[in-house]
Design a protein around this ligand. Structure first.
Ligand code: LFR
Length: 500
């Protein structure tokens, strides 16, 4: 069946899913066939990803995909894998995994930026890589792992989606969009930055050669076919292996005058460009130049995103407090806005645990009313996210010169009418919300184009997304001056924020 279904494996920080996409009649129908939790595990103080549980979820998902698509040869036309960025697994010379991948929220990267700065000043690092300073970046993780026996014993290094791909196919490769999250890629040449690797003492031969979205990445191994009940050959296609790259490819925009906010555990807010912006101003504004599909650059800022809410809920649940996010959001929607705002871009919120307390402390420190209950905390978080979205969209526009007429909110946050409405109000721009599964759209469309089932440039692929679902629109309302004042409050206190 030449027009078979395509499986998108999309691994997020809080859950993984396998989604089947069937392109037909200028549309793309998606079906979620499997979803599984992603629960990090702390062992002897180090926070890890449970990578084999995730791989188990992928295998279960591929089996479910086969049941839905058909298990005959060609029914499942191809598989594409995307995941969160920056993390990796190490292989020994026999191809076995060395240790369990470490979670980017683990504290091991503390102080590593200062270490790297001694080897290569931040200014130069930015001139080479265009990546914002985030403690989670692979570069800092490798600095933390430096001198460890594990790293010394490593023969290969695979970023998360490439590791899954390696287990499925037996073949290694390094997809460029995920590689661009390492802080070892030059977004101008779209190749490794040798000066950075040399200065930081990183051996680039640990990586398999780069490949681009759309490239062939092998076929499922016989053992994988046996375990998933699929009939071979089933090709694996490289997609935008960074989930945010796939999500941005799946933004249903027309033309190029748009900003996007990919919302999930993080909010990634910015614009799409054809070449990187690596000015000093851009560095100080903490903007990143990650690589997108079809030669694009994702010029964006990382904002803490729904993580703030997820962590609050985890704490409240553990204490026997409120469980129901929907109810909390309803309560928050009825409250007066902008009472207290925190800096949702600040790394002080990066680590897990005790989030309500940390939010309260931030409000207290900045002389704002401390949220008195969960609903007030939720309101504070949503106002703060909307405010951070506004700052990122405005800064992206100013620093890149890219015009912006609408803001596309995709990913999990597109479900929240309150977040979308506040974002529209804060930006003073129309918000177009959806799809929630933008990464799966982007993932499937790149595969389908490689298979020759859909055609055209990114803009045509986006047209297909637009045709495939009903998008919600939010017109901006309210008082821009109030958001400006709130922004000034956060800016004023920014200087006092710990580790900002
Ligand atoms: C979103 C995301 C972000 C990246 C963060 C950590 O899922 O991939 O783009 O900065 O996770 O990897």
């Amino acid at each position: 069946a030449a027009n078979g279904a395509f499986a998108a494996v999309d691994l997020g920080a809080s859950s993984g899913r396998v989604i089947l996409g069937r392109p037909a009649d200028g549309k793309l129908a998606l079906e979620e066939v499997h979803r599984f939790e992603n629960r990090p595990v702390r062992v002897h103080g180090t926070l890890h990803w449970d990578i084999l549980a995730l791989y188990r979820g992928v295998l279960d998902g591929l089996r479910a995909a086969g049941i839905s698509a058909g298990t005959a040869p060609g029914d499942l036309a191809s598989v594409g894998i995307d995941s969160w960025g920056v993390d990796y697994g190490l292989l020994d010379a026999d191809g076995a995994l060395l240790g369990n991948p470490v979670h980017y929220r683990d504290a091991r990267t503390e102080g590593m930026a200062a270490e790297i700065d001694k080897l290569l000043p931040a200014r130069e690092l930015y001139a080479h890589t265009g990546l914002q300073h985030l403690p989670i970046n692979t570069l800092y993780q490798l600095a933390a792992a430096r001198g460890s026996r594990q790293l010394s014993a490593a023969h290969r290094m695979l970023l998360t989606p490439d590791l899954i791909s390696y287990w499925l196919t037996g073949l290694g490769g390094t997809e460029t969009t995920i590689a661009s999250t390492t802080q070892l890629i030059d977004p101008g040449t779209r190749d490794w930055s040798r000066p950075v690797a040399e200065a930081a003492g990183i051996d680039l031969s640990l990586f398999w050669p780069l490949r681009s979205p759309g490239d062939a990445a092998g076929t499922l191994l016989p053992g994988v076919l046996a375990e998933t009940g699929l009939e071979g050959p089933v090709p694996v296609t490289a997609v935008g292996a960074h989930d945010t790259a796939s999500a941005v490819a799946g933004v249903p925009a027309t033309g190029d005058r748009f900003a996007y906010i990919a919302t999930g555990t993080w909010s990634l807010a910015g614009v799409e460009l054809s070449s990187p912006v690596r000015t000093e101003e851009s560095r100080l504004a903490n903007f990143t130049n990650e690589l997108g599909v079809d030669g694009t650059v994702r010029y964006l800022r990382n904002i803490m995103g729904l993580w703030l809410l997820q962590e609050c809920l985890r704490t409240w649940r553990a204490e026997g407090g409120p469980h129901d996010l929907e109810a909390l959001l309803e309560g928050a929607a009825r409250m007066p806005g902008l009472r207290s705002v925190i800096d949702a871009g600040s790394p002080e919120f990066l680590a897990p645990d005790r989030m309500p307390e940390r939010i309260a402390a931030a409000c207290r420190r900045t002389d704002q009313p401390v949220p008195r209950d969960p609903a007030e905390t939720v309101r504070c978080v949503l106002d703060s996210l909307a405010l951070a979205h506004r700052q990122a969209v405005f800064d992206a526009r100013r620093l890149s010169g890219q015009e912006v007429e609408a803001v596309h909110v995709v990913g999990g946050g597109a479900r929240s009418a309150l977040l979308c409405r506040l974002t529209a109000d804060a930006c003073g721009l129309p918000v177009v919300a959806g799809p929630v599964e933008a990464a799966a759209y982007g993932n499937v469309l790149v595969q389908a184009r490689t298979a020759g089932v859909v055609n055209g440039p990114l803009e045509a692929l986006r047209g297909l997304v637009r045709e495939s679902l009903r998008l919600r629109q939010y017109a901006p309302a309210g008082d821009q001056a109030a958001w400006e004042r709130a922004a000034a409050r956060v800016r004023e206190h920014g200087k006092e924020t710990p580790c900002a």
